[in-house]
Design a protein around this ligand. Structure first.
Ligand code: ARG
Length: 456
């Protein structure tokens, strides 16, 4: 029997039921549904809607259901429309008609928003821990690569030498913002809608705050109409997960590129690479390609739900039921991915010689310009002169340091013997020691800060 059959003379069409029923996916909210119902039963008991005896019976029944769910003994039935009807149906089976009093003053509209927020809070906690594991892996690997130099790129063209630790740590900070976003989103998720009823609020004198706190919420919703129709917390979670996915996709792309033999900077561990069914020599970075690919799916879930919610009229609408699969899918996707990313990072081999080979003297052209600047030339002119010199080196097919001094002097008489010191990758890196730069001292500073943030 459905929760709402009274007014209808005919049963629901079977095809519609298949479309309408959300049990196949919202059964994942079972634990939260029972938890919230236990708290609600106590709240309406305190408000005098249930006698002490009735409250005890209902709470007892719900606890039995919780145990059945944990043991896998709970049996869903063909008529169960969603998790809320399934739990109520079972409660009445267990405790009799008194179970039907539980829903007094409550609607599935405030109920589902409550359950889903509770689930979301848990999900955020799990994801936060997993993202921090990736951050830990980054810090761990970066700590050993402070003095390993590699080309830094802009436009994917060799730009300036940097430390490999600096490259890895750049991803730490992206994820640090994601962790911060997750914490902020958790606070906005931990707002309890229970007591909003279907849309207009509850006539029962329940203590909403007490009810909220007993469930681990931080506060309560202030407008019942908003409470039942607000899915911002889902959108925010989807956005953050999409952003995490996007960050990981960029890391993945770097690793795919750098593990290509043309670069050869890194090598994926055997446990984290896959081969080709045809070409015996292949080592493919499948985990990283999947990381890159899954970002598309995470972004899809966000845009999908935003599109569903756009233009919905005031109050709850059944369209909102579409929120669940999106959030479940993004969560499942990301929590599958994050441990693999940690594993890839922890087992990655860095070929410091290959990274070194990637450095070329043109990447020191900025140093050459800085040299002229130190001798008093305005940077813009220095830039132009060095550009000319780079062009000559290119045309002659020699590296910058091999150009004779008199040739340099024909471009600017500020060049002297000591220009030779400029052609030193270590020096270039070490000079960038202001906070946030790639010099060893500056990197140690960021790693120390990162370790504090992670409690490492
Ligand atoms: N399964 C529904 C959902 O997920 C629960 C709320 C149903 N409310 C309603 N008025 N039909 O949105």
């Amino acid at each position: 029997m459905s929760l709402w059959g009274g007014v209808f003379l005919e049963p629901t069409d079977d095809d519609l039921r298949r479309l309408n029923d959300s049990l196949p996916f919202d059964r994942r909210l079972a634990h939260e549904d029972v938890m919230a119902s236990i708290a609600y039963a106590r709240a309406i008991g305190m408000a005098g809607v249930l006698s002490e005896e009735e409250t005890a019976l209902i709470v007892d029944g719900l606890q039995t259901i919780q145990n059945e769910l944990t043991d896998g003994a709970f049996s869903f039935q063909a008529g169960d429309e969603d998790i809320h009807s399934a739990v109520e149906r079972r409660l009445i089976e267990l405790v009799g008609d008194v179970g039907g009093k539980l829903h007094t003053g409550r609607s599935r509209n405030d109920q589902v928003a409550t359950d889903f927020r509770l689930w979301g809070m848990q999900a955020i906690d799990t994801l936060t821990a997993q993202v921090k594991d990736v951050q830990r892996a980054l810090v761990q690997r970066a700590s050993t690569l402070i003095y390993a130099l590699m080309p830094g790129y802009t436009h994917l063209q060799p730009a300036q030498p940097i430390s490999a630790a600096h490259w890895l740590m750049s991803y730490f900070w992206m994820l640090a913002r994601d962790v911060e976003r997750l914490q902020q989103a958790r606070n906005r998720t931990a707002v309890c809608p229970l007591g909003a009823g279907a849309l207009a609020g509850t006539p029962l004198s329940i203590d909403r705050e007490d009810l909220a706190w007993s469930l681990g919420f931080r506060s309560i919703t202030e407008n019942s109409l908003d409470a039942v129709s607000d899915r911002d917390f889902v959108l925010e979670a989807l956005f953050i997960m999409a952003t995490i996915g996007l960050h990981l996709s960029r890391l993945a792309e770097d690793i795919i590129l750098f593990s290509n033999p043309t670069f050869g900077y890194v090598r994926l561990h055997d446990r984290y690479s896959t081969g080709s069914s045809l070409m015996p020599q292949k080592r493919n970075a499948d985990p990283m390609e999947l990381t890159r690919g899954k970002a598309g799916r995470l972004i899809g879930n966000l845009t999908g739900l935003m599109t569903v919610l756009k233009g919905l009229p005031t109050g709850y609408n059944k369209d909102m039921q579409e929120d669940k699969e999106a959030l479940f899918d993004s969560y499942d996707t990301l929590s599958l991915l994050l441990p693999v990313v940690s594993g890839v990072l922890l087992t990655l081999t860095f070929d410091e010689e290959a990274m070194r080979r990637g450095l070329s003297e043109e990447m020191l052209a900025t140093e050459m310009a800085d040299y002229l600047v130190a001798k008093g030339l305005p940077f813009r002119q220095a830039h132009h002169i060095v550009g000319r010199i780079v062009r000559v080196a290119l045309d002659e097919g020699v590296s910058l340091s091999k150009l004779p001094l008199d040739l340099l002097q024909s471009h600017s008489e500020l060049f002297e013997e000591d220009v030779a010191q400029v052609f030193d990758f270590e020096r270039s890196v070490a000079r960038r020691r202001a906070r946030g730069g790639t010099a060893p001292d500056a990197i140690m500073e960021q790693i120390t800060l990162a370790r504090t943030m992670l409690g490492m």
